[in-house]
Design a protein around this ligand. Structure first.
Ligand SMILES: [Zn+2]
Length: 178
């Protein structure tokens, strides 16, 4: 694939993203969020996995404008999640934070070595310089992540932090006590 040829890259983009760009046309025609601001109306932030089965706003009965959504592999609380939560908790209306990993998560179905080996076997690429943050015990990892947020000194102290595991099989949220 030629890289660095703008016209080629542009036509490739239009080809590969044709459905995306097309769908956006009708989205624009029916657009109804022009009055919204960047403040989370319902004061909620959700940290969840990138898993494509999860539609975070729908899970909690909300809509655009209501909540901040942060996503990464495994719904882990990383430095960048903490950075984002600090901003959200002071400047963007966030008063409660829900950490929401899910059942059947790839990040909880194997250890670091398994995932590095799988990528290496399929693509011949050594990814061992990256920590994927896999979890052995999902509830334990969630408790650790909640602890990490609650003890982050720069987070707005008024924020309430909780965790729940989302069941991708039936849509149910299972709150984690503790
Ligand atoms: Zn996942």
């Amino acid at each position: 694939m030629p890289i660095g040829n703008p016209s080629n890259t542009d036509s490739l983009f239009r080809d590969v993203f044709a459905d995306v760009l097309n769908s956006n046309k009708s989205f624009v025609e029916n657009f109804e969020h022009e009055e919204l601001t960047g403040t989370a109306k319902e004061g909620l932030a959700i940290i969840t996995c990138m898993d494509s089965r999860i539609s975070p706003l729908a899970v909690v009965g909300m809509k655009p404008g209501d909540a901040k959504i942060l996503r990464n592999a495994g719904a882990r609380v990383t430095d960048d999640v903490l950075r984002t939560l600090v901003l959200a908790s002071y400047l963007l209306g966030v008063k409660r934070i829900l950490v929401m990993p899910h059942t059947d998560c790839r990040m909880a179905n194997g250890d670091e070595a398994d995932i590095h080996n799988e990528i290496n076997a399929q693509y011949g690429i050594d990814t061992s310089s990256i920590e994927f943050k896999t979890v052995k015990d999902q509830k334990k990892a969630l408790l650790e992540d909640l602890h990490k947020i609650r003890n982050f000194p720069l987070l707005n102290e008024e924020v309430v932090v909780g965790g729940a595991i989302y069941n991708v099989g039936n849509g149910k949220l299972e709150p984690l006590e503790g």
